[in-house]
Design a protein around this ligand. Sequence first.
Ligand SMILES: *Cc1c(COP(=O)(O)O)cnc(C)c1O
Length: 412
Amino acid sequence: MTLRLPVYMDHAATTPCDPRVVEAMLPYFTEKFGNAGSRNHKFGWEAEDAIDTAREQVASLLGCNEKEVVFTSGATESNNLAIKGAAEMYEKRPAGETGRGHIITCAIEHKAVLDPVKRLVKEGFDATFLQPPTDGVITAEMVRAALREDTILVTLMWANNEIGTINEVPQIARLCKDRGVIFHTDATQWVGKMPTDVEKDGIDLLSFSGHKIYGPKGVGALYVRRRNPRVRLVAQVDGGGQERGFRSGTHNITGIVGLGKAAEICRLEMDAEGARLSKMRKRMETALTHAIDVSQINGHAEKRLPHIANISFGFVEGEGLMMAVKNIACSSGSACTSASLEPSYVLKGLGVGDELAHSSLRLSMGRWTTDEQVDYAIAEITKAVHKLREMSPLYDMHKEGIDLSTVEWAHH
Ligand SMILES: *Cc1c(COP(=O)(O)O)cnc(C)c1O
């Protein structure tokens, strides 16, 4: 069979919708088009029933009560509601003053966490942005050292979207519970891939998104704990009072149905899928780091998601590498900010140098990734790196045994 190109290796950015999800959604575009807010007729009841079913499907994936699920437009909105909503609810001083309360997060969180926290800092809150160690894993000890008398919220992702590393979330949640501090986790990369039990782990708020778990784009959810403690939030969208007042607006019924179905499939299939993807990822990591010298796996070797590999290759130029592997749809260690290519702040945060950060690839596999695709990616990347190095005088010097750190570079 011939391979269809390009090969998709960017499941951490988004996933295709599972056909079973699409099938579940279809009737809600046409014959079952009701508004769940219409309480007086069959169309409304049908929509409400569909939302109830989705809420149960999501609740069983998270290990919570269905009343604790708030549907949103995705993880970005869930994070904004959790972080701003909790900060405004639990603040120590009113808006307009400083010292409203202290928030702990990490420098390598997703922008959908960093930017809400930065906005709160502008509005009078204090924040600590924990610096990760070189393996990328945030531990409970790091959080313990950063907790203050006035800490009101800790927000730390469960798994990192760029390097795939897993933070000590259950331990951190326990610590926050002991200190009476609200704990939120952006679990967008974790949920649906790894077993989740918010009740057992004592998590207060958890965000995730449909399009990272083979559901549709533009829908997600926020888990909001209702007991021990009952978490309150200031709503960020005002209006009709849907979702227990946490999130007004007519329900995205097709999206919610799709999210529910996607959650159910993940719950039933994640164990087998995770085992399969983990084997694939390890095979890819081993093959690439063996075939290519001066290469490194970024992030902790074991404390990581099954499906995300992040590898840096020395002595190649980032843009050249991306061009050379254009038949593999993956992410690079460069973020396009305006006109310039900035090295990824996540890799920089781990202490990866600018050059190596630029020449990094994030390869993330998914439900329909085949062994044949993995073989192809390994061969293409190996070929590309070797080819680029043929033109690298620095690589020649390295091979001749010259310690490049002792070479004096001309400044310009
Ligand atoms: C994709 C992602 C988001 C954003 O999710 P949307 O649903 O696209 O808003 C937030 N956090 C993490 C960790 C992600 O991977």
